[in-house]
Design a protein around this ligand. Structure first.
Ligand SMILES: Cc1cc2nc3c(=O)[nH]c(=O)nc-3n(C[C@H](O)[C@H](O)[C@H](O)COP(=O)(O)O)c2cc1C
Length: 186
């Protein structure tokens, strides 16, 4: 039995929901999975896990403090494991009609949020997933709500519907499942 540990940090729920989607695919494939909210539970050891997946939501270009701390604390041990990273962020689905601009933003996000993070801790992940995010206007800090208001129109123009009042989810569940299946093959 392969034991998988998923550690995530979230502010608005996208990384948590993504961790659960990844866990569902892995469990269906016969893996034993433990998903941990890095803020709620501090792990003492990771020796029992053969595959470790670490994910975070992005706010103001930053991972959550707790998931980054996990990378830092276990960086040496993570180098000896099969490791995958993922982030949930707005830049995975840029709200612009210009295709060239879209590609540039996505490439930049992958570089900044994933490749640079792996390099910072000397990690060599077998997979790095860049997934969409959740815009929860009910939960945003007051300083960003007003600034983010025009985003609603842009999200709707891009075909994203309000899932619940004030909540838009730009994640592509199929892309998350495909990424996880590809990870299993690796
Ligand atoms: C105040 C604020 C700042 C954000 N900053 C960024 C950012 O710098 N880059 C980005 O790609 N997405 C940004 N986003 C979108 C978030 O990445 C998105 O809400 C994501 O779901 C966050 O992950 P979480 O839901 O797991 O917390 C921001 C969202 C908010 C509300």
């Amino acid at each position: 039995m392969v034991n998988v540990l998923i550690v995530y940090g979230t502010r608005y729920g996208a990384a948590e929901s993504t961790a659960k989607d990844i866990a569902d695919v892995l469990q269906d494939d016969g893996f034993h999975v433990k998903a941990v909210d890095a803020k709620a539970e501090k792990l003492g050891d990771i020796a029992d896990y053969q595959l470790i997946i670490v994910g975070s939501g992005i706010q103001n270009h930053k991972w959550t403090e707790e998931s980054e701390k996990f990378l830092k604390r276990f960086s040496e041990k993570l180098r000896e494991k099969k490791l995958a990273l993922f982030v949930c962020c707005g830049d995975a689905h840029p709200l612009t009609e210009k295709e060239e601009e879209k590609t540039k933003i996505v490439q930049e996000a992958r570089r900044k949020y994933l490749e640079e993070k792996a390099a910072k801790y000397g990690l060599n992940p077998v997979a790095m997933g860049l997934f969409g995010g959740i815009y929860n206007f009910n939960k945003m800090p007051w300083w960003s709500r007003k600034f983010m208001q025009p985003l609603k129109k842009q999200l709707e123009a891009e075909g994203f519907k309000e899932a619940k009042s004030g909540i838009y989810d730009t994640r592509d569940l199929q892309a998350i499942r495909n990424w996880t299946k590809e990870l299993v093959r690796k």
